[in-house]
Design a protein around this ligand. Sequence first.
Ligand code: NZQ
Ligand code: ZN
Length: 386
Amino acid sequence: MLNFDYYNPTRIVFGRDSIARLQELVPENARVLVLYGGGSAEKNGTLAEVEAALAPRTVMRFGGIEPNPAYETLMQAVQLVRQEGLDFLLAVGGGSVIDGTKFVAAAVEYPREDPWHILETFGAKISSALPLGCVVTLPATGSEMNHFSVVSRKSLQAKLPFASPHVFPRFAILDPVKTFSLPPRQIANGIVDAFVHVIEQYLTYPVNAPLQDRYAEGLLQTLVDIGPRALATPQDYDLRANLMWAATQALNGLIGAGVPQDWATHMLGHEITAMYGLDHAQTLAVVLPPLLDLRREGKREKLLQYAERVWGIREGSDTARIDQAIARTREFFASLGMKSRLGDYQISAEAVPRLLAQLEAHGMDKLGERQDMDLELSRRVLEACL
Ligand code: NZQ
Ligand code: ZN
């Protein structure tokens, strides 16, 4: 029986030249902090367009938010906001900048002295946050239309998520043209991340939610269809637009409403990024295939459905069809140029106990849609990733 609470206040403004709409989307008297990454937004002209659209408001900049945004960096932005009395945050970038901005928005108003507490409590104690909006330059995480954020703390080698309804972006501007400057590696990352977001919410067990299933399968098929083409023809507006809209919908809560969710691939992946620095999506391409293989009993019905509806696999025994579906998933990642073994990144067996110790330290010992993925099963999955 479906039973859920779905809320999403983010306004989407989509299309070519949509950055000009900031003029009406940001309050007239706002004192704005524009947050961005390592310079791509400056180089491709996005930042200049943003600032022109915000005039004549007071606007300050905070650059240097790194991929897998660091708490240490974000705390400098918190200080700047407080010092300058800024009251509206605008993220210009990919998931890292948007996630980082969400953290800053919550941290500025957080009553505790050290807002790392937000990550220790998964955001449960956030009671207010500064308003924020975003201009998306990388289709991948869906952060622009959700209330999740993932922050890393270098000194602890920790990468942890939090969620709060207070950090939903007020609006998200998605101009596909702004993604034309992305290098192939980041496009591939985006496709794989969006794909795995759908899988985490779909490939669990059936609960009689046919609409969520068909919607998820539609997203997966769209990504399989347009992903390689979006890589091959980087200036094709329509392909980029469809990729961008698919990535947003992969994690805006709709396909996950009322259905069981997994997220174990992500939690193992976060530990790999925190310890070895792989890109987020690279970790997902490594972890997902062996995880599906080793948890095939609990996921049997949905794996067979996935095999048939997404990959058109209808012949053979149950086991053979599941094997094929996992193999096709691996091939899809490879077709995007993604490696799918830890060994491809020069990571060997001694990583396994280190990663398990971090999972344990972060309380990640009951993962998956049935909370039955214990450290022993995580160990087997990680060994199979080598
Ligand atoms: O820093 P700059 O110079 O901007 O370069 C970035 C960065 O190096 C570059 N880039 C972005 N837009 C560009 C561009 N380069 C050229 N042209 C453009 N238009 O791309 C690089 C990667 O950016 P990043 O924001 O790190 O990538 P992504 O969007 O994949 O975000 C990854 C982060 O999001 C988290 C991940 O864990 C990771 O920290 N996630 C957030 C989620 C959420 N909030 O819902 C869910 C996800 O599962 C994920 O965990
Ligand atoms: Zn992800």
